[in-house]
Design a protein around this ligand. Sequence first.
Ligand code: ADQ
Length: 460
Amino acid sequence: MGSRSMGSRGMARLVVVSNRVPSPREVSQAAGGLTVGLADAIKGQPSLWFGWSGSSTAREGDEPVPTAIEQNGVTYATIDLTARQHKGFYQGFSNGILWPVCHYRLGLMQYSREELDTYLEVNARYARALKALLEPDDTIWVQDYQLFPLGAALRRDGVTSRIGFFLHIPFPPEQLFRALPGADLLLADLDGYDVVGVQTEQDAANMNGALQAVGVAVRAQAYPIGIDPKSFARQAARGETSKEMGRLTQALNNRALILGVDRLDYSKGIPERFRGFERLLQRFPAHRGKVSFMQIAPVSRGEVAEYKALRRQLDELAGRINGDWAEIDWIPLRYITRGLPRKVLAGVHRRAAVGLVTPLRDGMNLVAKEYVAAQDPADPGVLVLSRFAGAAPELGDAVLVNPYDPDEIAEALDRALTMALPERLRRWEAMNAAVTRVTAASWARGFLDVLNNVQVRQAA
Ligand code: ADQ
């Protein structure tokens, strides 16, 4: 087996690199999938977690000096960026260019060559700072779209260790990705990795098509990510007896709850979902006054123009739908732009008769898996899920919809709200088996077992 199973003396150190490094406290209380999976992977073995500190106060021209803290055998090392680097690398190329392209939204890409250059510059900066911290036996695992070129940058600096890369977001078809100026460069840089992982078979096929088209040898494989279903189910059951849940019960007044939970992001299809709910009220009058749709969508990337526009659009849409449909004793749509504590969120999931998860495109979508894990096994709710979520192939027993069609969302909602218990049970059991089969921990283990078994490269 790989070096993870070797005696502690020979155990390779695991080096995780991600754009943001969680604090030791965030790791110990890890709630979201990525941190849970990685926290589990680093547990019990010497590890280093490297990335950006969150500060953009570095001075132009200064070489970064990592700040390191150690806790429970894990070293957390971070570097600062300059304000210019943060803007060009993070807001600009990562979130304003790569994010829309990878989510099939070429029209939203605001390309600038300067931002591509800053992206490459910051990746080279990460590589230099990381190299100084490396030991010969390290296994390096790079996370996500902010760091496509990091492996190649490390190789250029002479690093021969095993390096893996996992892309958390979708990878679009070759023709679409290669419309991005600089795409071929990013694809060529993937050759710096020994193992490249993506979420789904579709993403792997797309990426491999692109790699083949530019003559790059490395190939991607699907490693779908999961959650920690046991702990989420436990939190959901516990959350049910909380004070907040009492208030929710009162507010619902026996109405069925439809729930949406997402970061406020245009990839999540929230406006389309609001329209789908409105179509339900228009076309299926029996539900009027009997359902309550709650959308929890904490603001994210609030400084990027597209996200500001989306927020305005949702404010307006929510106001209009409520204005058109509310009664003196009924508000159809509740819209919250703040996050909720994990326990409360899990309890709300359990309470919801319908989990409405309709991204236009999503790498995986952990919210869909969390909704399933949170259900009461004796009386589960129904998941309405976009065909374009990475979770759809695993959760084929959801009511699947095309999220661009409000009528299809309305029909799926009607079906979910009227579904009899035996069908709900059958669907939930199949989905729960899938959510239990692939967890955050098994995802990380699966990837690292492959990575730890590749041949280490020879020094050039
Ligand atoms: P995200 O786009 O952030 O992740 P998702 O997979 O749904 O999407 O994960 C979000 C996490 O944040 C979930 O654990 C969820 O519970 C939590 N969260 C969301 N809204 C919240 C709220 N209102 N309050 C509290 N918590 C909230 C990216 C990719 C996904 C991929 C993941 C992991 O875009 O496709 O599944 O990485 O690989």
